[in-house]
Design a protein around this ligand. Structure first.
Ligand code: SMO
Length: 767
């Protein structure tokens, strides 16, 4: 049994002070002697064959290098396609080209904003001016900017290597859905559409590449997976991985957009041709078009119900807009499909998700990774179904939630639903689910309540064709401090602090003596990256395993020195001592020094086991709707989540609150709009109505702790589930308030008013 001293405490974040004081260095803050600034020339056409003339840019003031389709072969021989999501080394065979993979400076552009040339110059202004002077000629091709057009348009396909714009179809079917629907007492069905959402992280995307004196290229980037990025970049530029070092400086948020290569290949290419350090930082409008967004989806969903009011089957037909290139989309497609079946025990199902290429900016990873789309549709259908059979939505959910004890995860462990039940209990009690609501303050307002719930995972272990691995190295220094080398990405999640807590308590030293080094592909063991709610669970497992080995080494070394059996020794507060005789011991600092004199350096590396852990979340919302204007106010938003163990309650509350806030934006205001010409209409922070910290209600967060035996100190993944639930909880509250089902996100006043008008002209839904 390990004594915990910092786990469970609100330990101050190790990066709090530097970020508050502004001394923390992000890509844009790093200055290197001789550094050049880069800018990209981006396509004005959604679909065209391009001819690029570099000469006007080459002769512009301050220019040191220009690259386009004409010259990229000098640094990327053969101009190979690559996977911006950096999963191409996981393909079998590795780097096997797939339709829709990206190519640097293809002779054909497929969306407005696709880079067609890159320029490096002495100043940022000169680089931008030169990029504007690159002469691009377009021979336009027919374009398809919507899912419907892309499917209907068979004259022009966006990628020649496949015969249509249908990129991929994924289907999960269980039981006998046809019979379930044929024999149903009733069927409820609805159409859904969900928007393109943008991460809107604070830090503009950027990358700095530095040619090091030893011939290596250092790539400083906010990328969420330095090891995966290194493999793909090495492949793209035909250079050995040892020649690349991918490092994270501080990161100002990512939310999935930095799990793909965007600025990196261009900065690296320009650095290779100029031999100089090159920094490329996107403008905010470039960030909207040049980094990946959440996939828009349209779907039809139906549920069949028995005479007893039980769900007998579910069917879904979903079409998902991939944008112009492949990237994360095949994986997101599978999450969308599978997430329909993660939360409830529905015996018969037929879920089909179709991915479509369009001439729009690339869709990819965004916190939740497909979950928000299907959870919105499924959770709203749960309420529609519950109402159609006259059952309370909470009781209806309890009746259908997945079964305890079924084999789950990569090892087939029996599923433990105690955390789910506890989360539901805390949510309904805290919210007062069964209580009657106070009437709204004015007669033109209608008040309603809604809930939504989901089950999610901690990482991706168990997904076919993917790696989910983290390593950690624990190094004990001569002064008793500890370097923790782990490629955990601090993108705002507090991971450096929580891993230090896990390491400190496992070793028996003070949390302040442990320093988690920044992720660095040259110094930290392999890590699959900061995604899929995996970092604390997976890196935490590795840290705990490595620290346990280091502790064993400490005890063995101390046994020699103290002449006490190792089994009779323990460590606490940085001192190794005999159990029952706290006065007889040696400080960890002394031990490290004396062990080294005997030829023992206490450095241990360990990796995660192949495991996963289920997590649960329940949200409740109360809304007021103005029936004259359609205006919607969220009065209360409660987020309850089972996190296993809260290693640091302040940090995990921040994760849940942030995700809920981002989910409220998805519910109410956020939608990146592409016009008929493929141009982003609102791709800037003035017009894209991301919600700010002061918008909306105070989010109430309740942590539930049902430890998972496979997690570090019982902790599970926490970063994503709460982004999926505000939209359905709010839509369900709307249904409760005014008896209309609004299934198009965001739930704008215009849509609500139109739905209210429609309801008044017919009778609306059964209630
Ligand atoms: S959307 Mo995340 O980087 O799993």
């Amino acid at each position: 049994m390990i004594e915990t001293r910092s786990v469970g405490r609100r330990v101050e974040r190790v990066d709090a002070l530097s970020k508050a004081l502004g001394t923390a260095a992000y890509v844009e803050d790093i200055q290197v002697p001789g550094m050049l600034h880069a800018a990209l020339t981006r396509s004005f056409s959604p679909h065209a064959v391009v001819t690029v003339e570099e000469a006007p840019a080459r002769s512009a003031p301050g220019v040191e290098g220009v690259l386009s389709s004409a010259t990229i072969g000098t640094v990327a021989p053969g101009g190979p396609s690559f996977d911006p999501a950096c999963h191409d080394f996981e393909r079998d065979p590795a780097f096997d080209p797939q339709p829709g993979d990206f190519r640097l400076f293809d002779r054909r552009v497929r969306y407005v904003g696709e880079p067609v040339a890159a320029v490096a110059a002495r100043t940022r202004k000169e680089a931008q001016a030169a990029a504007d002077r690159v002469d691009v000629r377009y021979r336009p091709l027919t374009s398809a900017v919507s899912i419907e057009d892309a499917i209907a348009m068979d004259a022009v396909v966006i990628h020649d290597s496949i015969s249509s714009n249908i990129a991929d179809t994924f289907r999960v079917a269980t039981g006998d859905p046809e019979s379930a629907f044929a024999g149903a007492d009733r069927v409820v069905e609805s159409g859904f559409d969900t928007p393109r959402q943008k991460q809107c992280q604070l830090e503009p995307t950027g990358c700095l590449v530095i040619p090091a004196t030893d011939g290596r290229m250092e790539v400083w980037t906010s990328h969420q997976s330095p090891h995966r990025a290194r493999s793909t970049l090495a492949h793209l530029f035909s250079i050995p991985e040892t020649r690349l070092r991918v490092v994270n400086p501080e990161i100002g948020g990512a939310f999935g957009k930095a799990d793909a290569l965007t600025a990196e290949p261009y900065a690296l290419a320009l650095s290779l041709v100029t031999g100089s350090p090159v920094r490329l930082v996107f403008s905010r409008t470039e960030d909207f078009v040049g980094t990946e967004a959440r996939h828009p989806m349209v779907a039809e969903v139906a549920m069949s119900l028995s005479a007893e009011g039980l769900i007998t089957g579910v069917k879904a037909r979903c079409r998902v807009d991939w944008g112009a290139y492949r990237s994360h989309s095949p994986r997101v497609l599978r999450v969308i499909a599978n997430q329909f079946l993660q939360t409830y025990d529905i015996p018969n199902a037929d879920i089909e998700v179709v991915g479509v290429f369009t001439n729009t900016p690339v869709a990819g990873a965004f916190r939740g990774y497909g979950g928000p789309q299907s959870v919105f549709a499924l959770e709203h259908m749960m309420d529609v179904a519950a109402r159609s059979v006259g059952v309370d939505p909470l009781a209806f959910r309890k009746r259908h939630r997945m079964r305890d004890g079924v084999p789950w995860g990569p090892q087939g462990r029996p599923l433990d639903l105690s955390g789910f039940d506890e989360t539901l209990r805390v949510a309904s009690e805290t919210f007062g689910w069964g209580d009657s609501t106070a009437p709204p303050p004015e007669s033109h307002l209608r008040r309603g309540r809604g809930m939504a719930m989901t089950s999610w995972k901690s990482g991706i272990a168990g997904k076919p064709g993917s790696i989910d691995l983290s390593g950690a190295t624990v190094c004990l220094n001569r002064d008793g401090t500890v370097d923790l080398r782990v490629a955990a990405i601090e993108m705002g999640t507090g991971i450096r602090t929580t891993l230090a807590q896990i390491c400190a308590d496992t070793l028996g030293v003070a949390v302040g003596s442990v320093r988690t080094v920044p992720a660095d592909s040259a110094a930290t063991p392999f890590d699959s990256g900061a995604n899929a709610s995996r970092s604390l669970y997976r890196c935490g497992q590795a840290v705990m395993a490595a620290a346990t080995k280091a502790r064993d080494r400490m005890l063995a070394s101390a046994a020699d020195i103290l002449e006490v059996d190792a089994a009779d020794l323990t460590v606490a507060d940085g001192v190794v001592f005999a159990v029952g005789a706290p006065g007889y011991g040696i400080s960890v600092a002394d031990l490290a020094r004396r062990a080294l004199m005997k030829g023992v350096d206490i450095v241990e590396t360990a990796y995660t086991e192949f495991e996963n852990a289920p997590t649960y979340a329940v949200h409740c919302a109360e809304v007021d709707i103005d029936i004259d204007t359609g205006e919607l106010t969220v009065n209360r938003m409660l987020a309850v989540q089972d996190v296993g163990t809260a290693i640091n309650p302040t940090i995990v509350e921040g994760q849940i609150e942030g995700a809920t806030h981002q989910g409220l934006g998805y519910a109410l205001t956020e939608e990146l709009i592409v016009d008929e010409g493929g141009v982003l209409v609102n791709g800037n922070l003035m017009d894209y109505t991301v919600t700010y910290a002061g918008d909306g209600p105070t989010i109430e967060v309740q942590i539930v702790e049902c430890p998972d035996p496979t997690g570090p100190f019982g902790a599970k993944g926490a970063g994503e589930p709460s982004i999926m639930l505000p939209a359905p909880a709010v839509a369900n509250a709307v249904l409760d308030a005014v008896r209309v089902s609004v299934t198009s996100l965001p739930l704008t006043p215009e849509k609500l008013l139109a739905a209210l008008t429609d309801r008044n002209s017919d009778e609306g839904l059964p209630v």
